[in-house]
Design a binder for this molecule. Structure first.
Ligand SMILES: Nc1ncnc2c1ncn2[C@@H]1O[C@H](COP(=O)(O)OP(=O)(O)OP(=O)(O)O)[C@@H](O)[C@H]1O
Ligand SMILES: [Mg+2]
Length: 825
């Protein structure tokens, strides 16, 4: 139907619009004679095509896809002029539909003409089917648009359209041709005749006869070959072979070649008409069977296609009923869940997901049922306990005569893991950035702060030199000095945290370092705390700044002691050499990216109150504290130090179960240094030293300059001071002969300390230069020493420090070779 209507539709539409004029079939209706036609067909394409065709003819068409709906709509409504019905429909089919229309329930429709169309009964005894249906006409599919129009027009005009069957007789004997023409015509057939095979073939191709009667002995083509070449499979045409031969084998050959019947000459012509009619009836029965068979084959192959698709889709598929029970599963689902189909069937989906995700799952499934489709995530658990993250896509489908939910649970475990890892890295980068900017900020403040502290500390020291201990102001000034020193300590911790602390790395034996700290730690911890050491012998050395390492141990032990909150408890300091794999390292607070391998570990464990996860997450943030007196810089400094040592930190704690901090340090290949106290730095000026000469003090800060001046003048130096580099160079040139040393701050406007150093060295290469700076650090130290400074002073420095440095430089004979004379210009 689709093909025959599709081919001619455009032309039909035009002629329909224009009316019947020029219609070659001559049976078009007159435009304007509009009839109401109801079309019922469960095939949407057929429905659309038939309706469109009738509308083109000017009719008012009401189409229905569903026969029950059509019947409901018809009840009580004025009857249409025509009903066009499909025979095969689900629910109420054409047979039942017709019977209802002819029943007393639909009295108004009893006389409404009904045209039944069907693909199944092609070529059958149309009259019989029509009568049995109670229909007015029956039109086998496929039909041409012209035929449909003719039928409709006839029915609307109150006539019964009938299909005139056509017969083609091919025989070289004229008498037989004419005899058959007469007999078939008298039975209402349209008859054409041909005398040769070639003529018969071309005529048959043109007219497509319903019945083809062929003589076996044609002059050009054997009759059976002509028959078999004209018969197309599945076509309604009936072929009959006539022969005068008495060979019984011929009948068999003929039938095998496609003849539907076989008559032996001479025969009664009416017998041939009977044979033809019988053959047609048989053919239509055969055709129904053929259709059934081909439909069954199609169904089977589509089912097997679906089966293999279902089985081979590489995603786990489960079909669920409304209570969430499994109706069907595919192999992937069975493999991933570790269950075979029979065990899976009837199991609830919820029993396959991790208990924590059940509420999510119920919600997700409910939503899919309500919306017809949807997506959600869940965690599926296989029989062996392994689990995977499933991204479930679900859709409501028709399944085994009811509704079911088809679910595909794609394994997205790896994708989710990668996402989480990305988020973790992003969070870490953000945290690192935060710490970095805090460091820059803190470092900047510490710099200015240090300059102020030089003033405070220096002035306090002077005042104390002038006062005797029994002076009423002595204690207050002493307190100023103490406070200023604490402040200096704090700045130094901030600088440590910001990574700008001065460090001097050397191989350190960690056990010795901790043992020597004993006297320092004992008095510092709470009296009720039991401090224990477990120091593994023979550990490799680590490359570290001993002062900073002491600070790390001190801060951890102090925290442990605080955690005991004055109660009885123990603090254990343990050292070891431990092998750490990347999984353990990933748990580190600092150093997740450290390479796998051996690390020297310093572990401080306490039996104190411990921390919850929330606190544990924040403890390394600068200024995070839970203590009344705490500053929250202890662990921040530990973090800064460990970072600058290329090490790692692990922290473990639980509320009520104490805490444990482990510092991981990469072992160094240097030999373990001999134990022994570090050489103390030379301290104050001795009695013999008689300072003289001029010292140039260059610093932007007036407070710093005035403290330095007072300190130096007090012991006998003459002091020249200035606040910028250019002035410094000028003053130096003016007074170079009396100059014994220059104290320059590193950061100044115009000329930096390093540039001043270069300029004055070019005037006097032997002049002793002390550079001072508020920024500490290994790198800085190296840079300054390479730049040619004789000594460095880190701000804030006290008077004693300044004097001892000068004393060391001036009295040191190994110092710089003075070539003052040689350099005088
Ligand atoms: N061993 C521990 N047991 C329990 N809580 C601890 C422990 N160590 C650190 N904390 C928690 O971490 C916080 C931060 O420690 P941190 O050493 O940085 O600062 P603080 O001790 O509070 O102050 P300070 O700057 O004086 O060291 C503490 O306030 C405390 O809440
Ligand atoms: Mg602390």
């Amino acid at each position: 139907l689709q093909a025959s209507i599709g081919d001619t539709c455009p032309r039909l539409r035009l002629s329909g619009v224009r009316g019947a004029a020029g219609d070659p079939s001559g049976v078009g209706i007159v435009s304007g004679e509009q009839s109401r036609i109801v079309v019922v067909n469960d095939d949407a394409t057929q429905l659309r095509l038939v309706s469109a065709l009738l509308e083109t003819e000017g009719h008012q068409v009401t189409p229905y896809l569903d026969s029950e709906e059509a019947l409901r709509a018809l009840q009580g409504a004025p009857p249409p002029e025509l009903v066009v019905l499909d025979l095969h429909m689900p629910g109420i089919d054409g047979w039942r539909f017709c019977r209802l229309l002819r029943s007393p329930d639909y009295e108004a429709y009893n006389r409404t003409p009904v045209l039944v169309v069907s693909a199944t009964f092609t070529g059958t005894d149309v009259e019989a089917v029509t009568a049995e249906l109670g229909a007015n006409a029956f039109l086998p599919v496929p039909f041409s648009p012209e035929t449909l129009r003719r039928y409709v027009t006839e029915l609307l005009a109150g006539r019964r359209p009938s299909a005139t069957l056509s017969v083609l007789v091919v025989d070289d004997e004229r008498a037989i041709r004419e005899l058959l023409r007469r007999v078939f015509s008298s039975h209402g057939y349209r008859v054409e005749v041909a005398s040769t095979g070639v003529e018969g073939r071309s005529l048959a191709r043109r007219m497509r006869p319903d019945i083809l009667v062929v003589d076996h002995h044609l002059p050009d083509i054997p009759g059976d070959s002509l028959l078999s070449s004209l018969k197309r499979p599945g076509e309604a045409m009936v072929g009959i072979l006539m022969t005068g031969d008495s060979d019984p084998g011929l009948a068999l050959t003929a039938l095998r070649k496609g003849a539907d019947a076989y008559v032996r000459k001479p025969f009664d012509p009416s017998y041939l008409v009977d044979v033809a009619q019988k053959a047609r009836r048989e053919r239509s029965l055969l055709r129904v069977e053929e259709i059934l068979e081909s439909r069954t084959r199609e169904l089977r192959s589509s089912e097997s296609r679906y089966r293999s698709l279902f089985a081979t889709i590489p995603e786990p598929i489960l079909v669920l009923d409304e209570s969430g029970r499994i109706l069907q599963s595919n192999q992937v689902a069975e493999r991933l869940l570790g269950l075979k189909a029979p065990d899976l069937f009837g199991t609830r989906f919820r029993s396959l997901v991790s208990p924590a995700r059940v509420p999510d799952l119920e919600r997700g499934l409910g939503q899919c049922w309500a919306d017809g489709s949807g997506e959600f995530e869940t965690t599926l658990v296989a029989r062996d306990g392994t689990s995977w993250e499933g991204e479930v896509t679900a859709r409501v489908v028709d399944f085994q005569g009811g509704k079911a939910l088809l679910t595909v649970s794609r394994d997205v475990t790896e994708r989710r893991q990668a996402e989480r890892e990305r988020e973790r890295l992003a969070a870490r980068a953000q945290h690192a950035q935060k710490l970095e900017s805090l460091g820059v900020l803190a470092g900047g403040i510490a710099h200015d702060f240090n300059n102020l502290l030089v003033g405070i500390l220096g002035n306090a020291s002077f005042a104390l030199m002038d006062l005797t201990e029994d002076h009423p102001a002595w204690e207050s000034v002493k307190q100023v000095e103490v406070a200023a020193r604490r402040a200096a300590e704090l700045t130094s911790q901030i600088l440590t945290y910001s990574g700008r602390a001065q460090v001097s790395m050397r191989p350190v034996d960690i056990a010795t370092l901790i043992r020597e700290m004993g006297q320092l730690l004992e008095p510092a911890v709470s009296r009720k705390a039991l401090l224990r050491y477990e120091l593994a012998p023979g550990l490799p050395a680590v490359l570290a700044d001993p002062g900073q390492l002491r600070q790390v141990v001190m801060n951890l032990v102090m925290n442990a002691s605080d955690a005991l909150e004055g109660e009885r408890g123990s603090i254990e300091v343990r050292t070891s050499l431990s092998a750490l794999d990347s999984e353990r390292l990933r748990a580190a607070v600092v150093g997740q990216d450290l390479p796998e391998g051996h690390y020297v570990v310093v572990q401080v464990t306490d039996t104190g109150g411990g921390m919850d996860a929330e606190t544990l997450r924040k403890i390394f943030d600068p200024f995070f504290t839970t203590k009344f007196t705490g500053r929250g810089l202890g662990l921040a400094a530990v973090m800064g130090i460990v970072r600058s040592h290329g090490g790692g930190i692990m922290a473990e704690s639980e509320p009520g179960r104490g805490s444990s901090f482990s510092i991981l340090l990469p072992p160094s290949s240097h030999p373990v240094p001999h134990a022994g106290p570090e050489a103390p730095a030379p301290l104050s000026a001795d009695g013999v030293w008689k300072p003289s000469g001029t010292v140039l003090v260059v610093d932007e800060e007036a407070a710093v300059r005035s403290v330095a001046r007072a300190t130096l003048e007090r012991v006998g130096f003459r002091v020249l001071e200035c606040e910028d580099g250019r002035e410094a160079v000028r003053l130096f040139q003016l007074h170079r002969l009396e100059m014994v040393a220059v104290l320059v701050d590193l950061s100044m406007p115009e000329l930096s300390g390093e540039e001043v150093l270069l300029s004055i060295r070019s005037v006097d290469p032997g002049i002793r230069v002390i550079l001072s700076s508020g920024f500490r650090g290994d790198e800085m130290e190296e840079r300054l020493m390479q730049g040619g400074a004789d000594a460095l002073l880190w701000k804030p420095y006290g008077s004693e420090e300044l004097l001892s440095t000068l004393h060391r430089l001036i009295t040191s004979r190994q110092g710089r070779d003075r070539t003052r004379e040689g350099s005088v210009a």
